[in-house]
Design a binder for this molecule. Structure first.
Ligand SMILES: Nc1nc2c(ncn2[C@@H]2O[C@H](COP(=O)(O)OP(=O)(O)OP(=O)(O)O)[C@@H](O)[C@H]2O)c(=O)[nH]1
Length: 496
């Protein structure tokens, strides 16, 4: 919720700036101050906000802003890039390998969600084929072992702990040794967390770490702790060598900005976020989609922006019309591929839309993806007009597929792949059926014409979850009114 408000504030600051007739130093500073205020309210640490402001000023060229048609985009891109840089410490964390024993130690204050997160982490890896085990080295909180035991039993994960032993180091060492003998490849050590950052707690962490020699220490942080995040994360980092961060309770009223601070303090990446109490409410953390959410951009708004930017103006009305009809033909796919290839780094476009980036364009494989798209287009060149313009997948019979394969000199498998890709995209685009798509310069139409049903269909599922599902979306729309919503979802696009 608060994340959405941050997005709204930043959108408004950017909108105000791009509405100004002359963009001079004063207007730019006002915009940056607005953005800084919004970030501070979202609990991003003061020093980080100040540095970011300075960096943006360096990146953004006033002359380009003054002359440019893309003021808002230039600024938005600068803010986006800066936040991504803050969240990316530049070095990936240790990742456990199947079949090779790894010890991962969890640290964090009491109530941060550490014990729950240990089980989520174990369960996540178990599903990926690991053989995880849990060790409860929390002898401080009565009931900690019971909690771990319960969680572990539910998830069918072996565990180790003791009701009698009071030395956490001893338990940790015994547990790790036992599970190494049992050929577990991911041994997770849960440690105690007192309610305060006390010297005794840090000394205990240090000793457990020294005795178990973990391959990775994960710092677990409750996302709602706000401005205290930086100091807390730093205190843990100073005692043990934290190599990764997990932020919990992202489903609540978290402002999210604390994550930035934790990364800065530990110089370690956020690897997962907790999005609920349930064992599978646990998501791999990706910097870019998170920042999109933090900025309230939403992938959808970004995608709309891209349509306006990439698709030639004369093709836009037709494309938007087809989108709103929900009829996605192979010809439409072909035309979009053409547009995408023209614009260069294709990753940027499709990554805006959920489902596109992962499958069609895995990160770091842009070249191969480009080649794949070209291959798809070659095959489509061998199709008839009727095939290209049909929305009926049943039309593509075996004999037609063989003919296309022969005509394009590609194996039949490739044609089938291309058609699968088309079906996948058609399904996503089909969700937009009936939605009034705003034209350039009338972005607010989006807010006037949308309803909860439509919004829930077009929002990326993660974003919808973040808002609190259908119920959350409904109350958000009621609460914020159409003005706010246009800022949130449409404000980044449209009039420039
Ligand atoms: N909503 C929500 N609740 C969570 C999440 N992660 C943990 N919790 C809840 O937070 C509370 C505290 O979690 P614990 O795992 O007991 O906390 P802890 O940090 O291990 O506490 P100690 O064992 O005392 O160190 C529990 O009620 C969890 O169900 C999350 O991602 N979302």
């Amino acid at each position: 919720m608060v994340l959405a408000q941050l997005g709204g504030s930043i959108s408004r600051a950017l909108a105000q700036m791009s509405n100004a007739t002359v963009i001079d130093e004063k207007v730019l500073n006002e915009c940056l101050n607005e953005i800084s205020r919004a970030l501070l309210q979202a609990d991003v640490q003061f020093k980080m906000v100040r540095d970011m402001q300075a960096n943006i000023k360096r990146i953004v060229n006033l002359e380009a802003l003054a002359a440019g048609t893309n003021k808002r985009r230039i600024m938005q891109q600068a803010v986006f890039t800066e936040l991504c840089t803050m969240l990316d410490p530049g070095k990936p964390s240790f990742t456990p390998k199947k079949g090779k024993p790894s010890v991962v130690m969890f640290v964090g204050l009491q109530g941060s969600g550490k014990t729950t997160t240990c089980t989520k982490y174990a369960y996540y890896h178990q599903k990926k084929g690991f053989k995880p085990a849990l060790v409860c080295a929390d002898t401080f909180r009565a009931g900690a072992f019971d909690q771990l035991k319960q969680n572990a039993t539910k998830a069918k994960i072996p565990f180790y702990g003791s009701y009698m032993e009071s030395d956490p180091v001893k338990i940790a060492v015994e547990g790790v040794e036992r599970f190494k003998k049992e050929n577990c490849d991911l041994i997770i050590v849960d440690t105690s967390g007192r309610h305060k950052q006390e010297a005794a707690l840090f000394e205990e962490m240090r000793q457990v770490s020294e005795a178990t020699k973990p391959d990775l220490v994960i710092f677990v942080m409750d996302s709602s702790i706000g401005q205290a995040a930086f100091d807390q994360a730093q205190a843990f980092k100073q005692s043990v060598s934290v190599g990764a961060v997990i932020i919990t309770k992202m489903d609540g009223h978290a402002k999210g900005g604390g994550a930035l601070s934790a990364v800065a303090a530990t110089k370690s990446p956020v690897i997962f976020i907790g999005t609920g109490e349930h064992i599978d409410e646990f998501e791999v953390f990706d910097v870019k989609p998170f920042v999109s959410r933090l900025l309230g951009m939403g992938d959808w708004a970004g995608f709309m922006d891209k349509i306006h930017e990439v698709v030639p103006t004369d093709q836009q009305p037709e494309l938007l019309q087809k989108l709103s009809e929900g009829s996605f033909t192979l010809r439409l796919m072909y035309e979009q591929f053409q547009n995408i290839l023209k614009m260069g780094p294709i990753g940027q476009v499709f990554s805006m839309l959920p489902g596109f980036s992962a499958e069609l364009m895995p990160k770091g494989h842009e070249k191969e993806s480009q080649a794949k798209i070209k291959r798809y287009m070659t095959m489509m060149d061998s199709m008839t007009d009727a095939e290209l313009d049909s929305t009926n997948p049943k039309l593509m019979t075996e004999s037609r597929i063989i003919r296309i394969a022969r005509g394009s000199g590609r194996p039949v498998r490739d044609v089938i792949d291309m058609l699968e890709e088309y079906k996948r995209l058609a399904k996503i685009w089909g969700k937009m059926k009936g939605l009034k798509i705003p034209k350039k310069g009338e972005m607010s139409a989006l807010s006037r014409n949308m309803n909860v049903q439509h919004m829930s269909k077009v929002l990326p599922p993660q974003m919808l979850k973040q808002i609190g599902g259908m119920g959350g979306l409904q109350s958000l729309m009621k609460q914020m009114g159409s003005k706010e919503m246009s800022g949130m979802f449409g404000g980044m696009g449209g009039e420039r």
